[in-house]
Design a protein around this ligand. Structure first.
Ligand SMILES: NC(=O)c1ccc[n+]([C@@H]2O[C@H](COP(=O)([O-])OP(=O)(O)OC[C@H]3O[C@@H](n4cnc5c(N)ncnc54)[C@H](OP(=O)(O)O)[C@@H]3O)[C@@H](O)[C@H]2O)c1
Length: 246
């Protein structure tokens, strides 16, 4: 493998992954709505479309033709999708639900758009590359709170449900992918609680030592990626490589 594609690269975890792989001497394709705040000769940028709701996926065919051309040229063997969303500050504040009474159409729709629809949009757009590239590894960032069997605390209805649906989608796609590419691995991955804009309002009551820096998370996720085998395809993996229950 000579290159890595990072979707949602301006996320805290995506940026740390980009820096990690650049340090390893690999080319990084930075796919994001925002430019990188650092430069590197091995960094190649693709501007992501800002998707509004409802989105006509078909109108983005030429965008994906460009992406596939670039990943083919660079021989991308590893793809991370880091897109995700949990809360919004400002005038139209949106916070994850502590109780059912706090649920709303605005919160549910936005959570589903950014944690399910956008990941599916990218998976579908890259499908022609995934089905044809020997040994391709696709790691879709998800969250342990999307595990239904692990849900002991309740709350965060929309985010949990969107990530649970994402896990199911990736599991289902992994079964389809196996039919055309027996050497591919497609997984969902819990990055661990990481210091970022997404986790910032929820860090106060964390047990000591649980919050990882983005660089620590990137190191862990890169280790998981390196050890990823075809047999893992469809699983939800923890940042330390352990298999999490659905
Ligand atoms: N941080 C944690 O503790 C934690 C824990 C569990 C799971 N996760 C998951 O790990 C992933 C990365 O988390 P993070 O903390 O690094 O996130 P982050 O820094 O908040 O970044 C999230 C990224 O999602 C994309 N995004 C957000 N709003 C968008 C919009 N309206 N349209 C298009 N893209 C949008 C952006 O990508 P671009 O700006 O690059 O386009 C953004 O950089 C997420 O899927 C998250 O759910 C994080």
């Amino acid at each position: 493998m000579s290159a890595v594609l990072i979707i949602g690269a301006s996320s805290s975890i995506g940026t740390a992954l980009a820096k990690h792989y650049l340090q390893q001497g690999l080319t990084v394709i930075w796919l994001s709505r925002s430019a990188a705040d650092f430069s590197d000769p091995r960094l190649q940028v693709i501007k992501a479309p800002a998707l509004a709701e409802p989105t006509d996926w078909a109108s983005h065919q030429s965008f994906f033709s460009t992406v596939i051309e670039v990943v083919q040229q660079q021989q991308v063997g590893l793809i991370f999708n880091c897109i995700g969303w949990l809360h919004q500050d400002g005038e139209f504040k949106l916070l994850p639900e502590k109780s059912l009474s706090q649920s709303s159409s605005a919160l549910l729709r936005k959570t589903l758009l950014l944690n399910l629809e956008l990941p599916v949009f990218y998976l579908r757009g890259l499908w022609p590359y995934l089905t044809k590239t020997p040994g391709i590894r696709y790691l879709q960032l998800s969250a342990k709170v999307g595990s239904i069997s692990d849900n002991q605390l309740g709350g965060w209805y929309s985010y949990r449900s969107a990530k649970a649906a994402l896990n199911q989608w990736i599991k289902t796609a992994s079964i389809e992918l196996k039919r055309s590419n027996k050497t591919a691995a497609l997984v969902t991955l819990h990055p661990g609680t990481t210091d970022s804009a997404l986790s910032a309002p929820f860090q106060r009551n964390l047990p000591a030592g649980q919050l990882q820096s983005p660089a620590q998370t990137a190191q862990h996720l890169a280790e998981v990626a390196q050890q990823l085998q075809v047999e893992h395809s469809g699983l939800l993996l923890n940042w330390d490589g352990l298999v999490l229950g659905f």
